[in-house]
Design a protein around this ligand. Structure first.
Ligand SMILES: C[S@@+](CC[C@H](N)C(=O)[O-])C[C@H]1O[C@@H](n2cnc3c(N)ncnc32)[C@H](O)[C@@H]1O
Length: 271
């Protein structure tokens, strides 16, 4: 069954591999210890990673809980899970499923974590309610989201370029990961999920791409196809040319693109 699934979704597996190779080191890898710390993850615990993607946070969790602990990881996208499973570790219970209907029992985990998925869920409040449901009383939930686009001029500029060169829908796709970046919007999302005593922390991370072409191709190859967006070579060339001009102030002498990327970590304790 798993082999059939793998063969059927091969083009999407290439997308998931591009995500792992291009986007994870540029944006996601740097947050795993902070999120695990926020949830107080330690040896021997049972921990769940929601929207695990290719498993970058899951692997940090597995190291922390050790052989006496247990890690579960869930994502809606089978291609992401195929890449995650291949990287391991094999001890993780990888599952396909939706954050809004978690396939786990009440109070099954000492900690539940999720990084950079909440703003993409169709019903984030429902997902938060589900995540709290599966935390044991006294356990912790920690969720990371990007700050808003008005604090991120580099991605704001690239989103505008996509909107102008390719279409407003592609500009909107690039804006969507920043949709819960306003701290008040994030806190009210938790409040609507019945979680009032949320604590918001965070800070600036650093986005780092070897060059502008890699930054553009990381979305074109590692994410857009999952959203049904495919660009022809001419459009890609135009976007890269315009992005090279727009991102000049973020580019170093070696061509590397670097800019601060604000992140909020929302933490809640289950009573
Ligand atoms: C930006 S990626 C983050 C992945 C991973 N946490 C990381 O840090 O690399 C967002 C992930 O959310 C997953 N996702 C989106 N909607 C989902 C849903 N409703 N339920 C579960 N996962 C979902 C996507 O498949 C994707 O893997």
């Amino acid at each position: 069954m798993e082999k059939e699934l793998g063969e059927a979704s091969q083009p999407f597996e290439r997308v998931a591999q591009a995500y792992e190779q291009m986007l994870v080191p540029a944006l996601f890898d740097q947050w795993t210890d902070t999120v695990a710390d926020a949830a107080g993850v330690r040896e021997g615990q049972r921990v769940l990673d929601v929207a695990c993607g290719t498993g970058v946070l899951t692997r940090t969790l597995a190291q922390r809980v050790g052989e006496q602990g247990a890690v579960s990881a869930l994502d809606i996208n089978p291609a992401m899970l195929t890449v995650a499973r291949a990287r391991g570790p094999q001890t993780v219970d990888w599952k396909q499923g939706a954050a809004g209907a978690l396939p786990y029992g009440d109070g099954q985990f000492d900690a539940v974590v999720s990084q950079f998925g909440l703003m993409l869920f169709p019903d984030p409040e429902m997902a938060l309610r589900e995540m709290m449901r599966v935390v044991v009383p006294g356990g912790r939930l920690a969720v990371a989201v990007f700050g808003s686009l008005d604090k991120l001029p580099a991605y704001a500029a690239v989103a505008d370029i996509y909107a102008r060169v390719v279409g407003e829908n592609v500009g909107q796709a690039l804006r969507s990961p920043f949709a819960l970046g306003d701290p008040e919007a994030l806190a009210s999302c938790f409040a609507e999920a019945g979680i009032d005593d949320v604590v918001l922390t965070g800070g600036n991370g650093k986005a780092h791409f070897p060059d502008v072409t890699t930054m553009i191709l990381s979305d074109v190859r590692g994410w857009f196809p999952f959203a049904g967006i495919r660009l022809d070579d001419q459009a890609i060339e135009r976007v890269i040319r315009e992005a090279e001009r727009a991102l000049a102030r973020f580019s170093g002498p070696d061509g590397a693109v670097e800019f601060a990327i604000p992140v909020h970590i929302a933490t809640a304790l289950k009573a």
